[in-house]
Design a protein around this ligand. Structure first.
Ligand SMILES: Nc1ncnc2c1ncn2[C@@H]1O[C@H](COP(=O)(O)OP(=O)(O)O)[C@@H](O)[C@H]1O
Ligand SMILES: *[C@@H]1O[C@H](CO)[C@@H](O)[C@H](O)[C@H]1NC(C)=O
Ligand SMILES: *[C@@H]1O[C@H](CO)[C@@H](O)[C@H](O)[C@H]1NC(C)=O
Ligand SMILES: CC(=O)N[C@H]1CO[C@H](CO)[C@@H](O)[C@@H]1O
Ligand SMILES: [Mg+2]
Length: 355
């Protein structure tokens, strides 16, 4: 009896010890991993904090050089401006540069939810999504540090003013952009856990890399700024002209809402017209309704961008049909993004049209 009890005591002690040791090991491993995932510099001068997520490009970077250059950004470095603030080009050396987006911030509190959201965004790596490398958070403003896209955004390329260097996108380039953007959005909707609703799909959030491959940007930003309540239009997150009709009733963002906005981008690629084109507003109509009536009459070639010279009529008509499916008024009738990707992949014929 006594030997048995002693044996049991010993047994319990060993179990408890093993349990404690394993917990400590797990905690140490987690801490190490967490430490590796990002590095943080506290900027005592401005009271800000720079957080860079670990990535091969950031690894060799001297973070204090980075911080110093970031603080020196001026209007001269501006490459764009939008609903949330200015975008600057940050040049480290001849071969390395970043895009820095400055977000206005009216409430001074440091928001842990904001940081968690950004860390989740930093984890997303896909060939059709713009990488977020880190952020800088100061009492009066936040900076987001993105990969720089040398060929700018789709809206500038499609509707840029004639004074700027004009690139005319041919049909193959437009098709490639449509497919790339669809793959990026499909990844956010279906492959990310938790699933991500972009909420602001539009041509200015589709950027172009050095190979003219599409990269989706600003996903999650609408949500982020909505929580923050600093953005001017908190009532309607998203951009006029791209919003699905049900959004005005429910105010709820859904993946099917993103599908609708993507349909508008497809129409932009096909017609070369902006959804907010003044001539539509004068006529009291919209790009979407205009194209819908034209396609019903099978007169697609009349609305097609005149700058397109060389294409297969079949391919064009297929893309018009895919766009109209995305633009169904009833959300449940719209395809999901993985179906859109499949449909777009299927239509491309390998024939060379002209040379
Ligand atoms: N990562 C980037 N690389 C290059 N240019 C960018 C990048 N992000 C944004 N831009 C440019 O800055 C402009 C403004 O961007 P943004 O602030 O997101 O506003 P919006 O998307 O509403 O136009 C874009 O239209 C684009 O031309
Ligand atoms: C530019 O900076 C990056 C990051 O610090 C470094 O990896 C790269 O070698 C530098 N290139 C040149 C040409 O100095
Ligand atoms: C997309 O829709 C199709 C048809 O409704 C369905 O079979 C498929 O599972 C959906 N895909 C995803 C990833 O939700
Ligand atoms: C079409 C076009 O302008 N492509 C450019 C995209 O950016 C790369 C790198 O900056 C240029 O070499 C391409 O000419
Ligand atoms: Mg944007």
């Amino acid at each position: 009896m006594t030997t048995n009890t002693r044996f049991l005591g010993l047994y319990i002690t060993i179990c408890v010890l093993a349990f404690i040791i394993s917990k400590i090991t797990i905690a140490v491993l987690c801490y190490r991993r967490w430490q590796k995932k990002q590095f943080v510099i506290q900027d005592t001068f401005s009271g800000g904090k720079l957080v860079l997520f670990r990535s091969p490009k950031i690894k060799t970077l001297k973070s204090n050089v980075f911080l110093k250059k970031t603080m020196k950004l001026t209007n001269k470095d501006r490459i764009g401006s939008g609903g949330y603030g200015m975008v600057y080009k940050l040049t480290i050396n001849d071969s390395t540069s970043f895009a820095v987006k400055k977000l206005r911030k009216e409430t001074a509190e440091h928001d842990r939810g904001f940081e968690r959201e950004l860390e989740a965004m930093g984890d997303i790596k896909h060939r059709n999504i713009v990488t977020l490398y880190g952020y800088y958070s100061a009492p009066n403003f936040n900076l987001l540090i993105y990969e720089l896209m040398p060929n700018g955004s789709l809206d500038v390329v499609l509707h840029g003013r004639t004074m700027e260097k004009m690139i005319v996108l041919d049909w193959d380039a437009r098709y490639k952009i449509a497919l790339g953007a669809a793959r990026g959005i499909s990844y956010l909707h279906h492959d990310c856990i938790p699933h991500i609703i972009h909420r602001d799909i539009k041509s200015s959030n589709i950027l172009l890399d050095e190979n003219m491959e599409a990269r989706v940007s600003d996903f999650g930003l609408a949500t982020l700024m909505d929580q923050d309540k600093t953005h001017v239009s908190t009532l309607v997150a998203g951009t006029f002209g791209y919003l699905a009709p049900e959004y005005f009733d429910t105010g709820r963002a859904t993946t099917k809402g993103d599908v609708y906005s993507f349909g508008v981008v497809l129409l932009e690629l096909l017609t070369g017209r902006k959804p907010t084109d003044e001539s539509f507003i004068e006529e009291g109509t919209r790009l979407v309704t205009w194209v819908k009536t034209v396609v019903e009459d099978k007169k697609e070639e009349y609305v097609l961008d005149e700058r397109l010279e060389c294409y297969h009529v079949d391919e064009i008509n297929h893309v018009f049909n895919i766009a109209l499916m995305c633009l169904e008024t009833e959300p449940s009738k719209r395809p999901n993004m993985s179906e859109v990707v499949k449909m777009l992949e299927k239509i491309k014929t390998d024939q060379i049209t002209c040379s």
